[in-house]
Design a protein around this ligand. Structure first.
Ligand SMILES: Cc1cc2nc3c(=O)[nH]c(=O)nc-3n(C[C@H](O)[C@H](O)[C@H](O)COP(=O)(O)OP(=O)(O)OC[C@H]3O[C@@H](n4cnc5c(N)ncnc54)[C@H](O)[C@@H]3O)c2cc1C
Length: 376
């Protein structure tokens, strides 16, 4: 049986493990800590317009797979349901698909697009709320959330007939914050009929109740991270053992995780997969870091200038891969034949943009499958 080690315990690592297991591999996931996945707002963006992306974004990780739109669509059609099923098995129900996008309100009443959302968020899709009465629950003791402003924004921005209702949770600590609500039962309301928007984090919502999206720290992110982290080994990979062009083990202090193939799913700056120290580098294997197809090592002050003009530019820097998701060195060659990369460690897209979850899900799923098939 092929063995695969996945380095990284975010959504990309989880999907890589799913893909590799689907191919029959024995998988070990090694993760040092939660990363960006644990901070997501609760709205998984997979992709907006796939054909336009493939036409206009040559460095995007989807484009680098060199698959036509039909093949990519088929892969997404397999990967997303596999993820939904696995998450449900691991205790978190999420809904949706990559072909349709909805809009969901956050705690300020602002809309955010999403293809896939937790089941507890799904009832708050904004088009479905237009013209309907929605009670927006506020908690008197919580200082960093104002249900009246959220209700106002829902009315003015989205034509929802929203009305705030303040409740009291007397056992909350003085000067409570939204984080103090996490894991508590949803409080009872005087009027329990109709739709009810709750601040995120409460449990046992009544029928018609849904959660708003969150800002970090996010209960949606934390629940997801707990579900996907169930089987991971907690360790920091600090080097690899190499035999020619093959990695034979990932080393973590005195431990060595040996396998036939490896998936690097170490995330962007927050996960620790990239480091910005002057210019951006990949700290574990010193792989090439690229910005719109060019090695950042060759860009110098030009990239700093771009960052200055548009700070989001640096979110687009990251690893580049060949069509089988093997990461490249600065010269554009894949230095390891059995290493595959996935998720926010990849460049060529804005990792908090329209493919925020789409890239980790699809590249994770495929990298896991390519890794499992390696050497067969
Ligand atoms: C604040 C915030 C909000 C966001 N909200 C949304 C949203 O609502 N919708 C959306 O679509 N996208 C959102 N995004 C983007 C999305 O969350 C990320 O793109 C996605 O979670 C990245 O997943 P990942 O698995 O690639 O990386 P991460 O989740 O960062 O995981 C990386 C993993 O690698 C591990 N790791 C790193 N180095 C090592 C090592 N040497 N050894 C062992 N383990 C290692 C880390 O500990 C971590 O477990 C948001 C991002 C941020 C920052």
């Amino acid at each position: 049986m092929t063995s695969v080690v996945v380095i990284g315990g975010g959504i990309a690592g989880y999907c890589a493990a799913l893909g590799a297991r689907r191919e029959g591999a024995e998988v070990t996931v090694v993760a040092k800590a939660p990363g960006a996945t644990a901070l997501y707002a609760g709205a998984m963006e997979v992709v907006d317009d796939l054909e336009a992306l493939l036409k206009n974004e040559p460095h995007h990780p989807f484009s680098r797979l060199r698959m036509d739109p039909v093949r990519l669509s088929t892969e997404l059609d397999t990967a997303i349901p596999a993820l939904l099923l696995a998450l449900e098995r691991d205790g978190l129900k999420v809904e949706g698909g990559w072909r349709a996008r909805g809009s969901y309100a956050d705690i300020h009443g602002l809309a955010r697009p999403a293809n896939v959302v937790p089941a507890t968020v799904a009832g708050g899709e904004l088009k479905g709320l237009v013209g309907r009465r929605v009670t927006v629950v506020g908690v008197r003791e919580v200082g960093d959330y104002d249900a009246a402003s959220t209700a106002q924004a829902l009315k003015e921005l989205h034509n929802v007939e929203a009305t705030p209702e303040e409740v009291s949770i007397t056992e909350l600590p003085a000067g409570a914050a939204l984080t103090d609500l996490y894991g508590r039962r949803a409080p009872a309301l005087t009027n329990t009929r109709g739709l009810v928007a709750y601040p995120p984090g409460l449990t046992n919502l009544p029928d018609g109740g849904f959660e708003l999206l969150a800002s970090p720290p996010s209960p949606h992110g934390w629940r997801l991270q707990q579900a996907i982290g169930l089987g991971a080994v907690r360790a920091e990979v600090d080097g690899v053992q190499v035999d020619g062009a093959r990695i034979v083990a990932a080393k973590a202090a005195e431990k060595a995780f040996r396998a036939n193939a490896f998936v690097l799913a170490t995330g962007h700056y927050i996960g620790g997969g990239l480091r910005k120290d002057g210019s951006t580098s990949e700290p574990l294997l010193n792989l090439g870091v690229f910005h719109e197809g060019k090695a950042v090592a060759t860009l110098g002050t030009r990239l700093e200038h771009l960052d200055y003009l548009e700070p989001a530019q640096e979110f687009r820097s990251g690893l580049s891969t060949d069509e089988r998701l093997r990461p490249l060195d600065d010269a554009g060659r894949a230095p390891f034949e059995n290493l595959f990369a996935a998720g926010a460690v990849l460049g060529g897209y804005h990792y908090a943009g329209p493919c925020g979850f789409g890239v980790p899900i699809l590249t994770g799923w495929l990298a896991g499958r390519f890794a499992a098939r390696f050497g067969r």
